[in-house]
Design a protein. Structure first.
Length: 362
């Protein structure tokens, strides 16, 4: 996620992707009722619908309260591209293998054989897996896909790994390759086994998943993920539950805490993207999750965090209110949306949450 827009050919690819029917029967969310037990009213929910219709191009939105469906809008069953939300999903999958020792975050990419046809520099090979999954590798190699921060990419070999944050899809694509190398399974098999099956996704089919290759640029493909809004919400609920689902600890609680802890501070993020410091929301960065900071006039967002994806895709967790928001946005044209955290779709989404949730009592 940065200031730059993806090429038109990617937009056309995303919008034309076909889908396969659900692979197995899932389990729907219970409906939250009655509203009288909350500070939400039907009038307020109706106002939210009007706001979306008049201000956004939302295609699907689902709000969970206490693990139950409080609000839905649009087609929450539609299976589509979730853009950079894929990176946050990948970070969850790492937890199992870090806990059992299969993945050592201190191991360098050189030690495990990560390289490119044109060769990585010796200093680049000293980047650790931890540096890769926090986007601080210092490897300024061109990835197969766009949507990364070209402006802040430096000359190769000019910084040591860990010293410099830049949102580079090379790191994220290599993170997928490392998981596959260490687990012996594809990223999609891991999603199915660690998330789709135990969480009882309703619309998952592994045949919908597709990687993007361009070996003339890099050996490492982008692992694009296609799921529905309601299955995104289940991922968010798992995060809110600190890795627990139906009494079973699927993902280590310590790992959930780690990946949602700041690694790159808000000051650095603001500098990279020239964000408005007066905004009620600021963001720091953890392990492929964006963390809400600076809760001016919005104390209920303390501890909130989100997966951001190009085109207005979000999985947002608000722990103080026990709320999860899954959101999908119409694929933007090249002129109406920027990829930085303050882009058009992002700004409207956070304004929606601010107006709808910020004043609510716990």
């Amino acid at each position: 996620m940065n200031r730059y827009i993806l090429p038109l050919c990617i937009t056309l690819l995303i919008t034309s992707c076909g889908t396969h029917k659900a692979q197995f029967k899932g389990e729907p969310f219970e409906k939250y009722k009655p509203l009288e037990n909350t500070s939400f009213t039907q009038q307020k929910l109706d106002s939210l619908t009007n706001y979306i219709k008049n201000n956004l191009e939302t295609t699907g939105m689902l709000i969970l309260k206490d693990g139950k469906k409080l609000y839905e809008y649009g087609d929450i069953k539609e299976v589509s591209y979730i853009a950079s939300c894929r990176k946050s999903v990948l970070s969850i999958l790492y937890g199992k293998y870090v806990k059992n020792g299969t993945i050592n975050l201190k191991q360098t990419i050189g030690e495990i054989g990560i390289d490119e046809d044109n060769g990585l520099l010796e200093i680049e090979k000293t980047a650790t897996i931890d540096h890769i999954i926090t986007s601080r590798s210092g490897v300024f190699y061109q990835p197969v896909n766009g949507g990364y921060d070209k402006t802040n990419i430096l000359q190769r070999g000019t910084v040591k790994p860990g010293e410099y944050f830049v949102y580079n899809n090379w790191d994220f694509n290599v993170a997928g390759a490392i998981l596959e190398m260490k687990s012996g399974k594809t990223v999609y098999q891991e999603i199915e086994e660690q998330l789709a099956i135990p969480l009882k996704f309703q619309d998952w089919n592994i045949k919908n998943q597709k990687k993007k290759y361009k070996k003339s640029k890099s050996r490492y493909p982008a692992y694009h993920i296609y799921i529905s809004t309601r299955d995104m919400a289940k991922i968010g609920q798992l995060m809110l539950n600190k890795g627990k689902w139906n009494g079973e600890q699927l993902i280590s609680k310590n790992w959930i805490k780690k990946i949602t802890t700041t690694v790159t501070p808000t000051k650095t993020i603001n500098k990279r993207y020239n964000l408005d410091k007066a905004s009620p929301f600021q963001f720091s960065y953890g392990y492929m999750w964006w963390l809400v900071d600076n809760f001016k006039n919005a104390p209920n967002f303390e501890g909130a965090y989100t997966a951001h994806g190009w085109g207005g895709q979000f999985i947002t967790i608000i722990p103080k209110l026990n709320i999860v928001v899954a959101h999908k946005y119409k694929v933007p044209t090249l002129v109406n949306w920027g990829l930085k955290p303050g882009g058009v779709a992002n700004h409207s989404f956070w304004q929606l949450l601010y107006d709808f949730i910020a004043s609510e009592n716990k």
